[in-house]
Structures are given as C-alpha cells and as structure tokens.
Design a binder for this molecule. Structure first.
Ligand SMILES: Nc1nc2c(ncn2[C@@H]2O[C@H](COP(=O)(O)OP(=O)(O)OP(=O)(O)O)[C@@H](O)[C@H]2O)c(=O)[nH]1
Length: 256
C-alpha cells in the first residue's frame, strides 16, 4: 500500500517582495525562480525524491527518504544563498492528495504565505526510516503518443504547446478527481503523476478519458518503489515497453 510523503515548499512573503520597493524586473524574477527550483530539485533528487515546479512560488515535492533534518538543511542553505526564504510543510498519506492537503494545512495553520512574520517555518513530520517500505510510492509516467510526428513536426511551436497543454489539463483534473492523484507537466510531452494504489484498469480509463475529451492520445508506464526515484525509474522502463510493444498501459511490476 502506498505511503507517499509530500512536502509543500512556499517562498515566504514572495508577492510583496516582487514589488518592494518597486516592481522588480520580470526577467530577474524568472531567473531567480528557475534557479531556486533547480537547487531544490537537485537537493531533493540527491536523496531520491522528485520536485515539481508547479507555480514556482509553491513547489510540491515527493520526499520519501528526506528526514526533517534534511528539510531544515535545505531551508538553511537556500536562506544563505537567495534573497528569499522557504517554509516547508511535510505530511504522509495513503494518497498523495491526502498528504498534500495535510502538508498545506500545516503551513496554513502557521500563518499566511504573505505574513511577514511567517518565515522559515518547518511543520509536520517525515516517515521514520524503519517504517519505510518498498511500495510506498507509485509513479505513472504519461507521454503523448507520437507527439513529434503529430504535433512538433507539423504545427508551429505554439500550436503544439496548446495541444500538449490540453492533454495535460484534462489529465491533471481527471487524475485529481477520479483517482486522488497529483499530475505535473515535466517538459516536452511528458506528465508525471504521483498516485495512490491504482491498477491497470484505472490507467486504461484515464487514457481513454483524455482521448475522448480532448483528442490527445497518451501512453503510460507505471512503477512502484521505496522512493520517487525508484518508482519513477521503473515507470520510465515501463513506458519504454509501451513504445516497443505499441501498448498504452504498462505496469513495470507485472513485467518483472
Ligand atoms: N522530463 C522528461 N521529458 C521527456 C522524457 N522523455 C521524453 N521527454 C520529452 O518529450 C519530448 C518528446 O519525446 P518522445 O516522447 O520520446 O517523442 P514522441 O514523438 O512522443 O514519441 P513516442 O513517445 O515514442 O510516441 C522530448 O523532446 C522531451 O522534451 C522524460 O523521460 N522526461
């Protein structure tokens, strides 16, 4: 059974900072946000977690394997090197949606994202190492079938982007409401979905739903593991099986 540890990262009091004392240059904000995301992704990734940029001021990470001490070190390191600080909420749940909701509540209880006095809060708890298990995380890696042939090589880059985003928007809403899962666009035509215990029929249903709703065809590889990296790496292998065999859904643990 899954036990997903989720961390909500919030930049403290970021809205006011972007306009104080005057609005800051947009290119500088974009650069700072993407560097901050890259640093968090590297820190969490070195501990086998996954980080999703989401809205950049609110970043969501799957942090099975990161202790509260690791989280505190991340805050310290970012605080030393950036003009902004981070607050972190950590929680674990049978479903990633449940975990994220709890992590969010913990930060909301500590104060508003735009409260000057809420800085570098660290709320919640991590899974004790002894309770971690091999199937704690389930990750599904979705990809648009033949995006290159159907879109990239056919349409202009913006119209391709619209098609891919339509697929993503439909998938993320459907996975959230029908399957208690969190979907994140990760570039190109790829969407990584953090899931509770779902089976082949759930993924078949999701892929069919997206095709019926917005006419975007997807394939999906699914993996399980003790960490996001382990689950996600298996998902990538399963997706390779989809590509090789022309199948739409592959669960890596059934192919092993
Ligand atoms: N983040 C991420 N992006 C990927 C990954 N694999 C592919 N991409 C992105 O997706 C784009 C399209 O690559 P593919 O998905 O292999 O191409 P495709 O034309 O859809 O072909 P098929 O997937 O074989 O149907 C690439 O340019 C990358 O931007 C991955 O594992 N992770």
């Amino acid at each position: 059974m899954t036990n997903t540890q989720v961390t909500l990262v919030q930049i403290d009091n970021y809205g006011p900072w972007t306009v104080t004392p005057e609005p800051r240059r947009e290119a500088d904000l974009q650069t700072m946000q993407s560097r901050l995301y890259a640093d968090i992704s590297q820190f969490v990734g070195n501990r086998d977690g996954y980080t999703f940029f989401t809205r950049f001021d609110n970043i969501i990470a799957v942090t099975n394997g990161c202790s509260m001490e690791d989280h505190a070190l991340l805050q310290e390191s970012i605080g030393n090197r950036y003009p902004v600080t981070l607050s972190l909420g950590v929680a674990t749940g049978r479903s990633p949606v449940q975990a994220l909701s709890e992590a969010t509540e913990r930060l909301q209880d500590a104060g508003s994202a735009q409260d000057e006095d809420r800085r570098e809060c660290l709320e919640g708890r991590a899974i004790d190492e002894e309770f971690r298990a091999d199937e704690d995380v389930q990750i599904a890696h979705f990809d648009v079938i033949n995006a290159t042939g159907n879109y990239t090589d056919e349409l202009n880059a913006f119209d391709t982007f619209i098609e891919i985003e339509q697929g993503y928007a439909e998938l993320m809403r459907h996975m959230r409401h029908a399957h208690d899962s969190l979907s994140f666009f990760v570039g190109g035509d790829n969407v990584i979905v953090v899931c509770p215990d779902l089976g082949e029929a759930d993924y078949e249903e999701a892929v069919t739903h997206v095709e019926d709703a917005v006419d975007v065809e997807m394939q999906v590889g699914v993996g399980r593991g003790k960490s996001a990296h382990e689950a996600g790496y298996d998902a990538k292998h399963a997706l390779e099986t989809c590509r090789a065999d022309g199948t739409r859904v592959e669960l890596e643990w059934e192919n092993a």
